[in-house]
Design a protein around this ligand. Sequence first.
Ligand SMILES: NC(=O)c1ccc[n+]([C@@H]2O[C@H](COP(=O)([O-])OP(=O)(O)OC[C@H]3O[C@@H](n4cnc5c(N)ncnc54)[C@H](O)[C@@H]3O)[C@@H](O)[C@H]2O)c1
Length: 387
Amino acid sequence: MATKTLCVGLIGCGNVVSYGHRPALTTLPDVELVALADITPERRTIGQAWFGLSDANLYADYKDVIARRDVEAVVVTVPQQFRRQIVLDAFAAGKHVLSEKPISDTPAVAAELCAAAETAGVTFGMVHNYHFFPEYRLIKRLIESGEVGDLRVLTMNYLGVIDNPGAAEYKADWRHKMGAGGGVLMDMIHAVYLAEWLAGEEASQVNAFVDAPTYAHRQPEVEDLALLQVAFPSSYALINMGWGQGVGGVDVSGSGGQIRMRYKAYQTSGFNQPIELYSVKDWRRTDYAIPNLPEHGDNIARSFTELWADFRDAIREKRDPIAPARAGERALHLALAGYLSATIGRTVTLPLPEGNPVYQQGINGMAGVNAWDQSHTRSAGLFGLNG
Ligand SMILES: NC(=O)c1ccc[n+]([C@@H]2O[C@H](COP(=O)([O-])OP(=O)(O)OC[C@H]3O[C@@H](n4cnc5c(N)ncnc54)[C@H](O)[C@@H]3O)[C@@H](O)[C@H]2O)c1
């Protein structure tokens, strides 16, 4: 029996579409992009050429995409602060939703969206595409096979994140504004959900330093450095995150050994090959090759294609996708708990309580918490705090 094609509407046609969703949506069988909405006319024209759409399938208003009967699922790739109403409207129309990360800038909104999807009975997945990088899959498989014994500490070094601007036709610097809900940690929340996935359990506590220098007398609004210590019930993670040119790579320490993963020249993003990945067990090193590993751009494109295939199959099979929205909600809590910890100078317990201003308003709620007078986050004047 022929399988039914999943008809998709795209809402937001920025940079992530160019290298991620475009290769997935133009190559994957049984998935077809039929409509596109973007508020920026130039981005609609760019998307039209990428997907070969007629003028009738391009919209300035996302509501016109959601109103189409043939659209079964939408992918919401606008910046996170604009997702809420779009996602709620999609659920109200019975559409499945694939959301870019982070799920939102606010835990209260994330909870509202997850509950709305459950009420509507539709699939709500996250673009947590790093689950599909073969290097992370191999690390996960090695941990699960007992290669290092009991997991003790995961070190996720992401100190060389490339500070890529957004699409020039829109607002290239939106990631550096309060509206983004955070800086580099929010942008590279990949490391956060990966830590939980590799640990195999949900985080319970976070302790952090979060900072940013003042460049050329410009007051930073969000961080460019976030150093988090995360406690899971039976292990720990260190998430070291920075925009810049610092060290990248992942280390896994266990009761019986270690795993190390490095990109070329210890870089973070760019995912430059070759990847060095080895374990050390009983003082003996075993090197692992990753077969058929494409160059980094194609590795990213392939991760999106595999993620889309999983989302398509999750809808068909009425199961959760590998990255369900609730995982996006937990990652958001963890990142914001890091900002909160750095502001109040104390360890924060997860999940954030509903009464906390940060739960209700994300980083906009930071002005309502009791900031520690020696907090570097506060003295840097981040998140609307007075230095
Ligand atoms: N999964 C990943 O690896 C990955 C990589 C990059 C970005 N992202 C995420 O994707 C999202 C977009 O990032 P980007 O780099 O593509 O940004 P971008 O600035 O390049 O593009 C944003 C696009 O959204 C459009 N837009 C804004 N508001 C809209 C609205 N209300 N309706 C329709 N269109 C609207 C803009 O016109 C623009 O074309 C962010 O949430 C970001 O975190 C994910």
